[in-house]
Design a protein around this ligand. Structure first.
Ligand code: 5CU
Length: 370
């Protein structure tokens, strides 16, 4: 298949389902903080504000990441999002709050208030750009289960919200926490799709003593997708998908390593004497992949992309960009991170399948009017 700077067929509608923003109230929250996550300027750096969000990212022990990344209006200004979409021939975007969402807001009332403000900002912003913008909403994770459920129900009354975005820790004990099952139940009952996204990575000692020389490569390239893989495997082992066959989870970064490791995970389950003795319910990962799982196409190579499309049924892989993360380093106007994903789709798939991944799958799954 051809590689080009835009989809081969100009009739192909491109929909970006992995594209982030920090609405102004959330930016103000980050600016008010002095511990990670925060936004601040550094006196010796005239280049401007820095966004420091990842765990341990401000550690002096790791100067290669210790000031996070530059942050500017591309993170909060909707006009910049639309300009980016126009430049890259993206017709419609499904926005989501970027990590770490509201995971760090421990106070129940503050978490609920910020969730409502952020979600209402997305609703109003999408309404102003009807057909071009939709959004995944955020949940007040550190509020009680009842408060989370109430927000999920409230979202059903909003016109432009198409699901929720969530990290891997849930209310603090992970997505396989028995106490979290009631949240999954409400998401399933309300047919709310969950966009599962990493943030925490792996324990940094796994990256070794030389990690200080490696910038963000290990946490982002490996920590993020492995974190997601572990989170979803824990949900599988806990029987969440067996209990809730209608639950729909859209996994970031093409499911991390799940498509590649599904067979190994299944084999380990079948060979595990503890599970057998404990009378664990049978688990069929291929069935879960075909029934409950959707994957984005943010994988940057045709090899990974083909694996993703083979792991789930047709119609379940959806284009994304991860904008505004991974900006061009040299000031190019086009973002190579976007182009690499488009090229992987065009190279890896037949034209009709490529067009489905680039847009039609999202339009159908999320009921978008473009
Ligand atoms: O560059 C990064 O740190 C990130 C991030 O934090 N979140 C994301 O979605 N992509 C890249």
């Amino acid at each position: 298949m051809a590689s080009s700077d835009q989809p081969a067929d100009p009739q192909c509608l491109v929909v970006d389902i992995h594209t982030h923003m920090y609405p102004p109230p959330y930016i103000n929250l980050l600016k008010s903080r002095t511990t990670v996550p925060y936004i601040r300027a550094f006196a010796d750096d005239p280049a401007g504000l820095r966004l420091v969000i990842l765990p341990g990212e401000d550690s002096p022990a790791n100067p290669s990441t210790s000031r996070g990344r530059p942050v500017g209006p591309e993170y909060w200004d909707v006009a910049q999002k639309i300009a980016f979409m126009d430049r890259h021939h993206i017709r419609t975007s499904v926005l989501s709050l970027a990590n770490p969402w509201l995971d760090f807001v421990d106070d129940e009332a503050a978490a609920v208030e910020m969730a409502v403000r952020v979600n209402d900002w997305f609703e109003e912003t999408c309404a102003r750009y009807a057909g071009r913008l939709y959004a995944f909403a955020v949940l007040p994770m550190k509020a009680g289960v009842a408060a989370i459920q109430a927000e999920i129900q409230r979202l059903k009354g909003l016109q432009w919200i198409r699901g929720v975005v969530m990290g891997t820790t849930g209310r603090g004990d992970g997505l396989d926490d028995p106490g979290f099952l009631r949240v999954w139940q409400t998401l399933a009952e309300t047919s709310t799709i969950t966009f599962l996204h990493p943030h925490y990575g792996l324990p940094s000692d796994l990256y070794g003593l030389q990690n200080a020389n490696y910038g963000h490569v290990l946490p982002l390239a490996l920590g993020f997708p492995l974190e997601t893989t572990i989170a979803i495997t824990r949900m599988i082992l806990a029987g969440v998908f067996s209990d809730l066959p209608d639950l729909k989870v859209l996994i970031a970064h093409s499911g991390g390593a799940l498509p590649f490791l599904a067979g190994r995970i299944q084999s380990c389950i079948e060979h595990d004497s503890h599970l057998k003795k404990a009378g664990h319910k049978p688990i069929n990962i291929l069935e879960i992949l075909s029934r409950n799982i959707y994957l984005d196409a943010v994988i940057y190579s045709d090899i990974g992309l083909r694996t993703a499309t083979q792991a789930v049924p047709q119609g379940r892989v959806l284009f994304g960009t991860d904008h505004p993360f991974f900006p061009p380093l040299e000031g190019e106007s086009k973002w190579p991170s976007v182009q690499t994903n488009v090229d992987a789709i065009l190279k890896g798939l037949e034209t009709s399948d490529a067009h489905r991944v680039l847009g039609t799958n999202a339009i159908e799954l999320l009921n978008l009017t473009t």
